[in-house]
Design a protein around this ligand. Structure first.
Ligand code: MTE
Ligand code: MO
Length: 386
């Protein structure tokens, strides 16, 4: 329907047909009508808030900054929600396993843009007390009572060149298209998709994190005991990094396969830039496991040298197995437990988070009313027929 939010995901099998997801197969998630921003000469991002000199930045200013291409996986926090709602109903768009994609984002580093307003790699706050960077969009959505979509990230992350936060104008070497945020969007690698604001309009340097709906009344992780009657949103922090995720894409629950060799393929994404240590696959419902081969750019099994890998990107995996009877195929991934890529901008989140390195065995333990972060072991039932 014209004017309605546009959401789409590709079929599983299409998703893993290439390491870099073609734009046509990249999921789309929007909360309001998609804006048309055609007058590129006049388009600008106004930066203001707790800074000495507010500034309007035009596309020509952005294009003049060094261009970076960052391969980063973007994933909606609601990816795999449909499976979670089988435990108990949840609220939100019903995604299968494809609300995720891996693209090469081209653009300026936000750290370089912040240099233009005299903010340098800043681990504490600006002289005026700014600690967060808020991104405000052009699109209007009902959750914000007709106001713009918005989100924020800590200033320490935004101003750290190592965090690779981009103001992106290209996706896979082409100008961004309208669905994905033309002419300019934020990309926050390793973090849930909701913080990568599309159609950027304003950047505000603020003291507290953004008070918008999607930061404060949504995209927070609650335990299964919390329901719509007893929820207190203020008790949780907005979700930022994505926990380790993994899904099988070569098989569907409805598939009937012939007895013999099957190929189990899918993706694993670590979140937070830590890299995937291992992907395990089981053909007996999780009793026994074999290690799958993993690859990023080319098909090179077991990329052992994580330093040479794309740290913000997913890995694709593949395992072959022999099956003779109907069974449950399971995949799970483990991410690196120590932080290879120094993440100094998330001091709290990074202290104790070994739980996020492995996936929970069952969806029930992580069920939450909004159906976010379904990172449980991915299980596919296949029937063997002749
Ligand atoms: N930015 C704006 N302006 N409006 C939105 O509705 N949706 C967010 C994020 N940025 C959204 C937005 C969510 S929830 C996700 S998962 C990603 O954009 C989806 O990005 P994509 O549509 O390019 O895949
Ligand atoms: Mo999302």
């Amino acid at each position: 329907m014209p004017g309605e939010p546009f959401n789409a995901e590709p079929p599983r099998s299409a998703l893993i047909s290439s390491y870099v997801t073609p734009v046509d197969f990249f999921y789309k998630r929007s909360h309001g009508p998609i804006p048309i921003l055609d007058n590129i000469d006049r388009y600008c991002v106004s930066i203001s808030g707790l800074i000495e000199k507010p500034k309007d930045i035009y596309m020509t200013d952005i294009w003049k900054l060094p261009k970076y291409n960052v391969t980063a996986t973007l994933q909606c926090a609601g990816n795999r929600r449909t499976a979670m709602s089988k435990t108990r109903t949840v609220k939100g768009v019903g995604w299968d396993v494809s609300a995720i994609g891996n693209a090469v984002w081209g653009g300026a580093k936000l750290a370089d843009v912040l240099e233009l307003i005299d903010i340098h790699n800043c681990t504490s706050s600006t002289p005026l007390g700014g600690k967060h960077v808020e991104f405000v969009s052009v699109d209007k959505c009902k959750e914000e009572n007709g106001g713009p979509y918005k989100a924020s990230i800590p200033l320490s992350q935004a101003s750290n060149p190592e965090a690779d936060v981009l103001l992106a104008y290209e996706m896979n070497g082409e100008p961004l298209n309208r669905d994905h945020g033309y002419p300019l969007r934020v990309i926050v690698p390793g973090v849930i998709g909701a913080r990568s604001v599309k159609w950027l309009d304003f950047i505000n340097i603020i003291a507290e994190e953004c008070q918008g709906f999607f930061m404060q009344k949504d995209y927070k992780m609650f335990p299964p005991s919390v329901d719509w009657d007893n929820i207190d949103w203020s008790t949780r922090r907005p979700q930022m990094d994505f926990p380790v995720q993994c899904a099988i894409c070569s098989l569907e629950d409805v598939d009937v396969v012939k007895p013999g060799k099957i190929t189990i393929k899918g993706y694993a994404a670590s979140g937070g830039g830590r890299g995937i240590e291992r992907v395990d696959v089981s053909i007996d419902g999780g009793k026994t496991w074999v290690e799958a081969s993993r690859y990023q750019k080319a098909i090179i099994p077991y990329i052992a040298d994580h330093a040479s890998s794309d740290k913000w990107a997913w890995v694709l995996f593949e395992a072959k197995a022999d099956i003779s009877q109907s069974t449950e195929i399971v995949a799970k991934a483990v991410r690196h437990s120590c932080i290879f890529f120094l993440i100094s901008y998330h001091p709290i989140a990074e202290q104790v988070d070994t739980a996020a390195n492995v996936q929970p065995e069952n969806v029930g333990v992580i069920w939450n009313l909004r159906g976010i972060l379904n990172t449980s072991w991915h299980r596919v039932h296949v029937r063997v027929g002749h």
